[in-house]
Design a protein around this ligand. Sequence first.
Ligand SMILES: [Zn+2]
Length: 130
Amino acid sequence: MNFGNWEESIHTDYEQIKRIAFSQRITSDNVIVNTDKQKATITGRDGTYNVTLDSCTCYDFESRHLPCKHIYRLASELGMLDELPKINRKAAKSFKDNVQNDIDHYKELYLNGAISIEKFNKIVNALLSK
Ligand SMILES: [Zn+2]
């Protein structure tokens, strides 16, 4: 995906992927897009934000200076957000077939004291979740 002045590679950082996911949860009623000017006003829990493809007036953007969920939502509304990866049966089966190896890997880390029992359980729960 390529929009605004962002380096394309940032959009696959974990923190950015989370924000892309959060952007999809914003209710359409809270989004007013000006397509010609590539701007939006998006109302959130703590106020209404002025959003462009390069900036937003929310706290997340002002503290990180990286795309927030509002910027991703605007990019999506303008058709500039690439389709997100879809679950692919073959890759999903391969992942499932290897879950036990992944669990064994984290079990080693737990047994070696690299991760806490709580973290180990969270990871295993995530690996086994649908
Ligand atoms: Zn924002």
